[in-house]
Design a protein around this ligand. Structure first.
Ligand SMILES: Nc1ncnc2c1ncn2[C@@H]1O[C@H](COP(=O)(O)OP(=O)(O)OP(=O)(O)O)[C@@H](O)[C@H]1O
Length: 283
């Protein structure tokens, strides 16, 4: 299921022009990351896809169909949506939170709960947590429940709005690695919003770097952006102007190390002939 933004704009009632003439094709089965500073219009664009925000101009198409003419409630039930603070219902146990949308779609309780337990396995949550309340989980666990809930009706499209923004850096890195892994199997059409360029590089098949008003500074694969930043803004956002992505080889008593711009080891050189894992799937 591909998503197409066609010359969309959004002016809020108070006059704020959040997005102006934005166009983008979000390819099926890949992860597209919208990245940019606070207020550049990322959330506004994401919410246009499930009609939580209506464009004041332009169209959003899913599988070549204008969503403006579609029933908003039905549309939302077939699109997974993960928010920064997980948005779990505090008075429903974990298993029932995950089963929310299938239950609304008329799936029997027992069946919906059985599926919810399978999803807990998928997102790496112990089934023993099924009957806890959301408040009894850590932030990282709550986000996993949020992802499980978004996947519960088996949507083709997953919208993720800074889903890992509120967890500590270690858990965040763990969730990113896990996200990459499950996406290899699930192949959802993911539209992911973040202000963190490292997260965009870690997760995106395609990165769309935005400036104020939803203006596209550059879009492309992570490799394309890092290798050929379109202008100074992109280079600066990537940290290239400060050497932040520069890696160096350093000979030492333990052999050759790859070190980052601060001289910290980023890794070691792989034996010659070793291939890059997963390099076939990502650009
Ligand atoms: N309901 C609203 N009414 C008026 N202005 C709004 C509304 N929602 C967002 N805006 C404004 O529109 C612009 C874009 O906001 P948006 O939330 O889409 O940006 P963002 O890139 O997601 O920001 P952040 O990373 O801080 O979440 C901002 O200037 C914001 O203040």
């Amino acid at each position: 299921m591909g998503i197409e933004f066609e010359h969309v704009s959004k002016q809020y009632p108070d006059g704020t022009m959040a997005v102006e003439d934005f166009s983008l094709t979000v390819p099926t089965g890949r992860t597209t990351v919208l990245v940019g500073s606070s207020g550049c219009g990322k959330t506004t664009l994401l919410r246009m896809v499930n009609r939580m925000v209506a464009p004041t101009d332009g169209r959003v198409l899913i599988d070549d169909e204008d969503i403006a003419g579609q029933d908003a409630v039905k549309l939302r039930r077939r699109i997974g949506y993960v928010m920064q603070n997980s948005g779990l219902l505090p008075h429903r146990r974990v298993v029932d939170n995950i089963a929310t949308v299938p239950r609304l779609n008329g799936v029997a309780k027992r069946e919906a709960q059985a599926k919810a337990l399978e999803l807990m396995d998928l997102v790496g949550l112990d089934r023993a947590m099924a009957h806890r309340w959301p408040a009894q989980l850590s932030g990282g666990q709550q986000q996993r429940v949020g992802v499980a809930r978004a996947l519960a009706s088996d949507p083709n499209i997953l919208l993720m709005d800074e889903p890992f923004g509120a967890v500590d850096p270690l858990v965040r890195a763990e969730l990113q690695a896990w996200m990459r892994k499950i996406q290899q199997d699930l192949h959802k059409t993911v539209l992911f919003v973040t202000h963190d360029i490292a997260e965009a590089i870690a997760l995106g098949d395609q990165i769309v770097l935005l400036q104020k008003g939803g203006q596209v500074a550059q879009s492309g694969t992570p490799a394309e952006l890092v290798a050929n930043p379109a202008n100074d803004f992109v280079a600066s956002f990537l940290g290239l102007d400060r050497g932040e992505l520069d890696l160096h080889l350093q000979e030492g008593p333990h052999g050759t190390l790859v070190v980052d711009s601060l001289g910290r080891p980023a890794g070691r050189l792989a034996p010659s002939g070793a291939s890059v894992p997963g390099s076939g799937g990502r650009g």
